[in-house]
Design a protein around this ligand. Structure first.
Ligand code: F6R
Length: 259
């Protein structure tokens, strides 16, 4: 696992370089997309590079990580609406090239199975971007989720609903109780994974991910078995890491920035 520690714009630019490398090699890439605050600067950077004519997603496809169940179609906080507003509509994906789990499906279990099948049919995900929950969740795989889990219906942890109340005018009761989420096993099949974390609230989860025991109680520790993961951390999110790990990360950051 590679770790980069830096400040917001530097991290966004280094993370965007991963997209640029992949798209230069082959424009028909499949990207896994996360909602939430963590990827926003990366999406801004990618939109700027598309505007500047440096990058194009016109032949690429995308699959979002997760979706709330129980919100009406078109609700501004459905992850589908959020990812459209924050990323998809700002770059040049072809119409219909980005798919998310349908949170209004009459049969959520069938929708979950169809979603995994659609990812496989697209050839699998080349690059998955992730955030991390304060409780160590990835996508909506809450503590206890099996490392070989597939896309499925899940219940949100009380901590996650409290964390996400900020998107629902601070009203935790307005946050849905259930979701569809890619499984940890689904996520681990991505050929490359980048994870962004900022702020002291993520420090415990990051320390667990990098140096803690690998356990389903901290879902992100599953990433330790993946051969191609890069973490992009600000100093606060990295503050729980040991001095040795932070020293090594500093060296990796210098090397990445010098490229
Ligand atoms: C979002 C997702 C979640 C978030 C996580 C961090 O699609 O799957 O796992 O990445 O809750 O959220 P932020 O980035 O808002 O701190």
């Amino acid at each position: 696992m590679k770790i980069i520690i830096g400040e917001g714009q530097q991290l966004a630019s280094l993370a965007a370089d991963h997209y640029a490398r992949l798209l230069t090699e082959n424009p028909q890439r499949v990207f896994g997309l996360a909602t939430g605050s963590s990827p926003l600067r990366v999406y801004d950077e990618l939109a700027a590079r598309v505007d500047a004519g440096e990058l194009s997603f016109s032949q690429a496809r995308g699959f979002t990580l997760d979706e709330y169940l129980g919100l009406p179609a078109g609700h501004p906080e459905t992850y589908r609406r959020v990812i459209d507003a924050e990323f998809v509509s700002r770059v040049d994906f072809a119409p219909g090239a980005v798919r998310g789990p349908d949170g209004t499906a009459a049969d959520p279990d069938a929708e979950a199975r169809a979603y995994d099948a659609a990812i496989a049919e697209a050839g699998g995900i080349d690059l998955q971007i992730l955030g991390i929950g304060t409780n160590g969740h990835i996508a909506f795989n809450e503590p206890g989720a099996a490392f070989d889990s597939r896309t499925r219906r899940e219940e949100l942890a009380p901590q996650t609903r409290a964390d996400n109340a900020r998107f629902f005018d601070g009203d935790v009761d307005a946050v849905p109780t259930h979701c569809l989420t890619q499984g940890i096993g689904t996520i681990l099949e991505a050929r490359e994974i980048i994870l962004l974390a900022s702020g002291a609230g993520k420090a415990d989860a990051i320390a667990q991910l990098v140096e803690g025991e690998v356990t389903t109680l901290w879902p992100a520790t599953a990433l330790r078995s993946h051969p191609n993961v890069t973490l992009f951390l600000d100093a606060a999110a990295a503050s729980g890491l040991s001095a040795e790990v932070r020293d090594a990360a500093r060296a990796a950051t210098l090397a990445a920035t010098a490229r």
